[in-house]
Design a protein around this ligand. Structure first.
Ligand SMILES: CCOC(=O)Cn1cc(-c2ncnc(N)c2C#N)cn1
Length: 286
């Protein structure tokens, strides 16, 4: 598949193309990553489901954005290249803020590692006695700087965020990130999904803050099934658990190139992405 546009950036599972006239084309692939590896077997429709979900969230979050004097970057889907139309977003090209805006409502992953080491996540103090999967008393803003391809983002303090974007913008990023997370968590809860944490990216257009990137997808967030939520262990992933369990049972050493997934794991995983979309939006994926 060749898109006749200049490639701007390539991530693990997505590409960004220059669509001209200050616009970009964000293309979500069917690739899936697990244990920091991109797997060789695509999940059919994953790119389309996650794109449709982002588009739906941009509409759902419009009131929260407006209440904070912010906008989003999505443009009407005109003239999308046919071969990627169902998994591409045409967006405004922005000056991107050099901060990954992470909101956490639960303790997990790198947050747990930091907490175990210091009782906090960088400069965000947390109460004693929390474990992997614990719900936090209040959602917290734990920004990070964008790492190079293949590296993990590095958590930074709010003071460092202020150095990077200025005080007023840093306050606005924190407030808006937490407001967007709260809305997402509320909607997800109704759908039987725990939105444990998420990462937003923002840009600016003139002096206006603009929500960019993909939004509240299982690739930018931790989705846990609500029915199995039980603090004290790594929580099952809503969408990737079949893949994780099969990779573990396959004996893969998590260092060498990962093995191909069997068809039943691919099918079950595709179904989880579709199920998440249909539970959140109330619409059939089709
Ligand atoms: C390959 C994956 O990398 C990314 O998506 C990160 N990224 C975001 C931009 C961007 N740059 C200007 N304006 C925007 N609206 C966006 C967006 N979204 C570029 N890379």
């Amino acid at each position: 598949m060749t898109i006749d546009l200049p490639l701007v950036a390539r991530g693990k599972v997505r590409e960004v193309y220059d669509a001209g006239e200050d616009r970009l084309l964000l293309v979500a692939s069917d690739r899936i990553s697990a244990y920091d590896h991109v797997l060789p077997t695509p999940i059919p429709d994953k790119g389309a489901v996650l794109t449709r979900l982002s588009v739906w969230w941009f509409e759902q979050l419009a009131d929260v954005l407006a209440a904070h004097g912010a906008e989003h970057h999505l443009l009407p889907p005109t003239h999308l290249p046919a071969e990627v139309a169902d998994r591409a977003m045409l967006v405004r090209r922005l000056e991107m803020a050099p901060v990954e805006c992470v909101a956490r409502g639960y303790l997990s992953g790198s947050g747990t590692v930091e907490y175990r080491r210091t009782g906090a996540i960088v400069d965000v103090e947390l109460p004693a006695g929390l474990v992997e999967g614990s719900r936090l008393p209040e959602p917290v803003f734990t920004p990070s700087t964008k790492a190079d391809v293949g590296e993990h983002d590095e958590a930074i303090s709010f003071a460092r965020t202020v150095e990077l974007v200025g005080s007023a913008r840093a306050e606005q990023l924190r407030e808006l990130t937490l407001a967007l997370y709260r809305r997402g968590h509320e909607v997800a809860q109704q759908a039987g999904i725990v939105l444990a944490d998420t990462k937003f990216e923002f840009g600016v257009s003139g002096d206006t803050l603009v929500l960019a990137d993909e939004v509240l997808t299982p690739d930018s967030s931790r989705f846990w099934p609500a029915v199995t939520w039980s603090p004290g262990a790594v929580q099952p992933s809503y969408d990737k658990q079949f893949v994780r369990d099969w990779l573990t049972s396959s004996g893969w050493d998590r260092q060498s190139p990962p093995p191909e997934l069997p068809a039943d794991v691919v099918d079950a995983t595709r179904e989880r992405y579709v199920a998440a979309y249909e539970a959140l939006t109330g619409s059939s994926f089709g």
